[in-house]
Ligand binder design. Structure first.
Ligand SMILES: C[S@@+](CC[C@H](N)C(=O)[O-])C[C@H]1O[C@@H](n2cnc3c(N)ncnc32)[C@H](O)[C@@H]1O
Length: 500
């Protein structure tokens, strides 16, 4: 089944934010292209790459970067915290912003802590690890405020914005590790790329990963080395093993292991499997995914089982889900349940309700709620996820839920026009938010109960501009799904204006 987060490597990710704010990173400044080392920003400030100056950090931007002002121009400084005074060095000059890096912190924030991961400022995904957890949670509420301020949906300044629900232990929450593997000289590296580079950092310990995933990856690294298994060489586009993916079930502790390979054959796999069986009894299924050539996508289309069970099982709100290697499931099991419980309590469902689970993935939300309602319909664009959702319904003996392949913007209006009118709607879109056609249909049909689960405060605020024409925002509950990162997640309860 296809995973919907077929992530690009960091250096190939598009350097854009979605709130219209320019990112602090992006292409390296090239003085030849920019006409010299000094460049005026559009507002006429003389500044050049390499220039140093002290800067007071005023706040954090939505990507967790410090923001200060140099001659009234916005400067993005990754790693700097509000109220700090830092000496910074300019790394990039753009018409609308300046990017800089910290040389020295002169005045330190009381919220600054030493990151547990020493590589935290080098690779992506640890943008806030230098902040206390309490400050991280406050930041996540502020991200929402910044987005609402920017788009100003109706009534925004009086919304009930609830304090971010954090984790008791904001580490060890990632139940899947998807790390590239390379051999540089005689050095084996299994880890993450440095930001905007091809430079792979070998990572023996990653504190945000579930330790089971790291144990498996490090053992596999040793076995690959010991058994001289062919490793992919990107320059020559030769060799076999490109990426190792280890996913642990929060429920059973079983680990599913996938080797993404450049070749469709896998020389040495028999000996490797035997060694894994001996060293790692927690690994219950081993797979090969074939993804040839230099590509920005981690996964190819073809996955075969090499050994063991077809699935690992995960329990979500009392329901069992079977996960094949590419089946999508939220990375943070603990907080996923918090999100779903928040959605449930915001919906006030009854057994007469017809519920739509829009952007359903493998049906985790709708199936978790199926016994609270009369009927569930869900839609999702990835066919394999829809198959899984329907299989998951069967496994759990759920007979009142049905999932279809298609976009929310097509199927929601279709079902309504066929006379199947939704009483309750949960939308859980990707970071791009809701399609205009879906927003229009929601405004036209106005389901009575409506919850918006969002992973992007900026597109949420944009969508609320439309949705608040017919709905009132009762509250927005932020939930920290990704501690140590700048990523935001929240549940919005909306009620119809004509009912208030
Ligand atoms: C944030 S995920 C949510 C998945 C699921 N609700 C969960 O909790 O695991 C968004 C899902 O929307 C799907 N998707 C993206 N665009 C879509 C569209 N226009 N219509 C329906 N589904 C879409 C993606 O494939 C992805 O599975």
């Amino acid at each position: 089944m296809t995973e919907n987060s077929n992530k690009k490597r960091p250096y190939q990710q598009k350097a854009r934010t979605t709130n219209g704010q320019k990112p602090y990173y992006g292409k390296k400044f090239d003085p030849r292209k920019q006409g010299g080392h000094s460049q005026k920003t559009s507002e006429g400030v003389d500044v050049r790459v390499g220039q140093n100056f002290p800067l007071t950090i005023k706040r954090l931007g939505i990507n967790g970067e410090g923001i200060g002002y140099f001659k009234r121009k916005i400067v993005f400084v990754p790693g700097a915290l509000p109220d700090e005074v830092a000496v910074v060095k300019v790394t990039e000059v753009q018409p609308k912003y300046i990017a800089a890096k910290v040389l020295k912190i002169r005045e330190k924030s009381p919220n600054r802590v030493k990151p547990l991961d020493e590589f935290a400022d080098e690779v992506g995904g640890f943008e806030l690890e230098h902040m206390t957890y309490a400050a991280q949670l406050a930041f996540k509420k502020d991200v929402l405020v910044q987005s609402l301020e920017k788009f100003q949906p109706k009534g925004w300044s009086t919304y009930d914005l609830r304090n971010t629900i954090g984790m008791e232990n904001p580490y060890e929450y990632r139940n899947k590790a998807q790390f590239p593997v390379r051999k540089i000289g005689d050095q084996f590296r299994v880890g993450m790329y440095k930001r905007s580079s091809h430079d792979l950092v070998d990572l023996p310990v990653v504190h945000t990963q579930n330790p089971a995933t790291m144990k498996v990856l490090r053992t596999i690294r040793e076995l690959l080395d010991k058994l001289s298994v062919s490793i992919y060489n990107e320059d020559k586009n030769r060799g076999t093993v490109k990426t190792i993916v280890a996913r642990v079930s929060h429920t059973t502790g079983d680990v599913q292991l996938t080797f993404v390979t450049n070749t469709d054959g896998f020389p040495g796999d028999t000996a490797l499997i035997a060694a894994i069986n001996q060293a790692l009894p927690e690994v219950t299924g081993i797979f090969q995914n074939f993804n040839p050539g230099r590509t920005s996508l981690v996964w190819g289309d073809e996955t075969i089982k090499l050994w063991g069970k077809d699935y690992i099982e995960e329990t979500v709100m009392g329901k069992t889900f079977q996960l094949s290697p590419r089946a999508f499931m939220q990375l943070n099991h603990t907080q996923m349940s918090v999100v779903y419980k928040e959605a449930l309590s915001a919906l006030n469902l009854t057994h007469a309700d017809k519920l739509v689970d829009a952007y359903s993935g493998v049906g985790t939300i709708g199936l978790s709620l199926a016994d609270k309602v009369g009927e569930v319909r869900g839609m999702e664009i990835i066919p394999e996820a829809v198959d899984d959702a329907n299989i998951n319904a069967k496994i759990n003996h759920i007979e009142n839920a049905h999932y279809e392949i298609g976009t929310a913007e097509e199927l929601f209006p279709k079902w309504q026009s066929e006379g199947w009118l939704a009483d309750a709607l949960v939308v859980d879109p990707p970071r791009t938010g809701l399609d205009t056609a879906l927003r229009r249909e929601i405004l036209r049909t106005q389901p009575e109960k409506f919850v918006y689960i969002s992973c992007n405060a900026s597109t949420l605020a944009r969508d609320l501009v439309d949705l608040t024409k017919a709905y009132k925002v009762e509250y927005i509950q932020s939930i920290d799904m990704f501690p140590q990162t700048a990523r935001w997640e929240g549940v919005v309860k909306l009620t119809r204006r004509d009912h208030s």
